[in-house]
Write a protein that binds this ligand. Structure first.
Ligand SMILES: [Zn+2]
Length: 242
């Protein structure tokens, strides 16, 4: 799906010289903030606090979906404040957010046990959440359950593409050990390329979308994106047999 005429063109994001522009809040700055356990320069927008993965998701929604124009019921897991505030103002969306502990989440629920009827949402956004959840397969099944047939989810997560199999060991519980083994103190595993098998196991029809690699390198640089991030587009078939 492409609806480029409805949105600002990508070229309008380009700035002269080395300036950066956030495609979400449209702020311009010479540098963004450094962020991360392994500090990444220019990763966080100083205005809306978005990270690379948020900006990529936003651009994908804008350029490749009807998210900003179609009437959609949307569930965002672990909302980012600026994006939630923006989505709430969009008249075409019926937007809800969910998280067990986030103070800004509209629904306080466990993703492995959503108190939400099945077939409720056209779209689910879930960015960098599953690596925190011990029973991630149950969380994936719950996302699948609450989606309408024909609905789509965009799931993002840190995946080590050099690794075939996901590494998890539930005897590793201390924050220091988790950081050492899984890359962050509150991650419970390190996903490998078999992340896709887990998603398919929940029932999804999967598309691995390398949207960032399709963008003009000048856009990637200007919006401070990373090209290695994959968007996992997860569709719920219209019927059980597809
Ligand atoms: Zn911003």
């Amino acid at each position: 799906m492409h609806f480029p005429s409805l949105f600002k063109s990508l070229s309008s994001l380009l700035r002269p010289r080395q300036a950066l522009r956030c495609p979400i809040c449209m702020c311009t700055a010479n540098t963004f903030l450094t962020f991360g356990i392994h500090p990444r320069p220019n990763s966080m927008c100083p205005s809306c606090r978005s990270l690379e993965r948020h900006r990529l998701l936003w651009l994908y929604l804008e350029q490749c979906t009807d998210f900003f124009s179609a009437r959609l019921s949307v569930l965002e897991v672990a909302p980012q404040k600026y994006m939630q505030d923006t989505f709430c103002k969009l008249k075409n969306l019926h937007y809800q957010s969910v998280d067990l502990s986030s103070p800004i989440a509209m629904l306080k629920m466990d993703l492995t046990n959503l108190q939400i009827p099945g077939d409720s949402y056209d779209c689910v956004l879930c960015s960098h959440v599953l690596e925190h959840i011990p029973d991630d397969r149950e969380a994936m099944r719950e996302i699948f359950r609450v989606m309408k047939p024909g609905g789509w989810a965009i799931i993002q997560g840190p995946v080590d593409h050099s690794r075939m199999e996901t590494y998890e060991d539930f005897s590793i519980v201390s924050p220091q050990e988790r950081e050492k083994h899984f890359g962050q103190c509150d991650h419970v595993r390190l996903y490998g390329r078999d992340f896709t098998d887990r998603l398919r196991g929940a029932g999804f029809v999967l598309e691995l979308n390398r949207f960032a690699q399709t963008l003009n390198p000048r856009i990637v640089k200007c919006c401070a994106l990373t090209t290695k991030e994959i968007l996992y587009i997860c569709r719920k078939p219209l019927t059980a047999g597809h």
